[in-house]
Design a binder for this molecule. Structure first.
Ligand code: PRP
Length: 216
């Protein structure tokens, strides 16, 4: 048997991913009590975990430094990704939406339209699919602020509870697509460590199905 490296996305997805692994009986005590550490050894399985930012998760798996990654579909859609996407973990559920101030009906606006977003690739593809040639303005955070200050006419962003939009007086004009956490696998690892990789995928898949049944 060969050891595995798994890149986990830190932040919003982290807690739910760790609790899935814990529910499966993986030895993730170190991940639960992590302090500032970034690399963790499983106390039962021959697995090493890394905690990384979402974009970096894809980079580590693309390069085979991590065999497996857990990352949001939003990040997969935005980045160049040469991995196999094998499983929807059905956690971290949210949506890509188009939003604006209520008076700023950008779909009926004539003339130049500016869209602020952390996701320029997703935004560009969405508006192209609508036959609209818009200017994309890349923003790194708190995207909701941009239309309020007049930097753009609308935004493409992630909505989870909708609270941020509501509290800033923005309305949803359209949904681009649903998002959830996915398991990605390095292509070489999929061949060379097939049984090890598939054990993790099958375990996680069992957990996803059990959790879905519980929530029915
Ligand atoms: C995301 C997103 C929205 C917010 C939506 O930002 O960009 O701002 O969450 O969540 P809600 O619908 O539950 O209110 P994030 O918290 O990741 O921070 P950032 O804007 O600084 O990137």
């Amino acid at each position: 048997m060969m050891g595995l490296s798994i890149a986990l996305t830190k932040g919003r997805l982290e807690k739910q991913t760790v609790s899935m692994l814990e529910g499966l009986g993986y030895g993730i005590e170190a991940l639960k009590d992590k302090g500032r550490a970034l690399v963790f050894k499983d106390s039962i399985e021959d697995i090493q975990y890394f905690l990384v930012k979402s974009n970096d998760c894809i980079t580590y798996v693309n390069h085979g430094v991590a065999d497996i990654g857990v990352v949001g579909k939003d990040t997969i859609l935005e980045n160049e990704n040469d991995t196999y996407e094998l499983l929807d973990l059905k956690i971290g559920k949210c949506k890509f939406i188009v939003a604006s101030l209520p008076q700023n009906q950008l779909f009926s606006k004539v003339g130049h339209i500016k869209i602020g977003t952390k996701y320029p690739t997703v935004a560009k593809q969405y508006f192209l699919s609508k036959g609209m040639d818009v200017e994309i303005i890349k923003i790194d955070g708190s995207v909701e602020l941009a239309p309020i200050l007049g930097l753009c006419d609308g935004i493409v962003d992630i909505m989870e509870t909708g609270t941020t939009l509501k509290e800033n007086g923005l309305v949803v004009l359209d949904t681009v697509c649903d998002i959830s956490a996915r398991v990605i696998v390095n292509k070489a690892s999929f061949k060379l460590k097939h049984s090890e990789v598939m054990k993790v995928i099958e375990d996680l898949s069992r957990k996803v199905n059990a959790d879905v049944d519980t929530n029915l």
